[in-house]
Design a protein around this ligand. Sequence first.
Ligand SMILES: [Zn+2]
Length: 128
Amino acid sequence: MKRGAVLERAMKLIDMAVSEAFEGNLDLSREYVKLAVQYTSKARVKLPLKFKRKYCRKCLTPLIPGVTERRRVRSKILIRTCLVCGWIRRYDTRNKEKLEGRNRRRGRNKDRKKGTHGGSQGGNKETP
Ligand SMILES: [Zn+2]
């Protein structure tokens, strides 16, 4: 299976899991998430952060505020608690880059772009 197809399937599974959890079928939704995690880890695909944060890392239950998850903001820090297993995660809302997981590769990409730009320009010398 291609990576794109795996990713699409995994995201669909997580969406399904969330809607099942909404209806109270926690066991079924957990199976969906488990499948999605297995698919992506086998294909070595990284699930987008948006989807990664939709489920509990510990018990794989989809996190829905008020149903399976408790959200509290204390001094600008978001605290997410899984109501099924008690897993707690804190997100600092003051640092938006960290919140969205964007700050990881920024520095490196800039350096690489310089190198590739120089190479592609060299090939366009055929114009008179
Ligand atoms: Zn949990």
